[in-house]
Ligand binder design. Structure first.
Ligand code: PSU
Ligand code: MN
Length: 317
């Protein structure tokens, strides 16, 4: 077993963790593992697309040589790696499963509730069990108008304090992308774009913002993660993977939907409800175009993330 994974797993023994057998075996063998979040399943997409996508993402990770570890809290126990039945149950129950960010973890566990983990909570658990690569669609960020609402996702502070690389399609324009990049700089987070100079904007490859760093291959991503770990920086990495041009949502259509959803939300929806509300409304207003793009980009990220984890495991061998 990789020494770091062994230490991490021992730290979880006798605690509120349940690591699935396939994930445990992979960690013990030093084989590649990819962490996956559950908020995207319960709050980010409607049923049944959420279940179909979650299963396909796990299959893509496996097909690219890594073990998927979807993370969620079930009856107060942190599950790392879900059975098919557990995944289906969460996907069906959707919004009734509590969206669980870092601040909610102790509450959900102590109350023995179920929790769908966001990027912040999933990163926290991935680091605890020794999984350095995490794939999702998009991260939370600085919300538009944050200068008065102070709504800044805890994903960004988690990235500042937890050494996990999040492979994502960047930050959506429902958020303030330039301020999100500023905040990540303040938090000391390495932000790299794969194969491009531009930081991607989720539904489209183009945000108009320059990425602070550029990497050109999955191997370079693995070397970046390895350097971060070896140096003991203790902070996270965002790897922005642009949505393939062929899958990019017609940007005017989605941008118009975003503008309308933002104005509907203004003054009415705030806090943790913001992101799920905006995602749902943008999908309705774009006639499903945004969901289609979302599914495509998550699958693309799963392929790339699994390959990064695979390269990282070879470096560590
Ligand atoms: N972006 C998406 N889909 C999602 C999320 C973000 O395209 O499902 C979820 C992620 O779990 C992310 C969370 O961590 O929203 C951020 O929520 P908030 O803005 O409340 O921090
Ligand atoms: Mn928030």
């Amino acid at each position: 077993m990789a020494v770091s994974a062994q230490i991490a797993m021992e730290a979880c023994n006798g605690s509120a963790y349940q690591v699935s057998d396939p994930v445990k075996r992979a960690l013990e063998a030093g084989s590649p593992v990819v962490a996956l979040e559950s908020t995207i399943v319960c709050h980010g997409m409607p049923f049944p697309q959420n279940l179909k996508t979650a299963r396909e993402v796990e299959d893509i990770v496996r097909a690219n040589g890594a073990e998927p570890a979807t993370i969620a809290i079930i009856r107060g126990v942190v599950h790392v790696g879900l059975t098919g039945a557990e995944l289906e149950d969460l996907a069906r129950r959707g919004l009734s499963v509590k969206k669980t960010a870092r601040r909610d973890i102790a509450y959900v566990v102590s109350q023995k509730k179920d929790g769908a983990t966001t990027v912040s909570a999933t990163m926290f658990f991935a680091a605890k069990v020794g999984i350095p690569v995490f794939v999702t669609g998009g991260i939370g960020g600085v919300h538009r108008g944050a200068e008065s609402s102070m709504d800044i996702s805890s994903d960004l502070t988690e990235l500042g304090r937890t050494p996990v690389a999040v492979v994502c399609a960047g930050v959506k324009s429902i958020l303030d992308i330039p301020r999100t990049l500023e905040y990540l700089e303040t938090q000391g987070v390495t932000v790299a774009a794969l194969g491009t100079d531009e930081f991607p904007a989720f539904f489209t490859p183009h945000s108009g913002c320059k990425a602070p760093s550029r990497v050109n291959s999955e191997m370079e991503c693995a070397e970046l993660i390895d350097a971060n770990v070896r140096l003991g920086l203790g902070s996270g990495i965002v790897i922005g993977v642009p949505i393939p041009e062929s899958d990019a949502a017609a940007s005017e259509k989605v941008e118009a939907a975003i503008q309308r959803a933002l104005s509907e939300a203004s003054g009415k929806i705030s806090g943790a409800d913001s992101t799920p509300f905006l995602l749902k409304r943008v999908n309705e207003l774009s006639g499903g175009a945004s969901l289609q793009a979302n599914v495509a980009l998550v699958k693309n990220n799963a392929k790339i993330g699994a390959q990064i984890a695979w390269h990282l495991a070879t470096i560590h061998r």
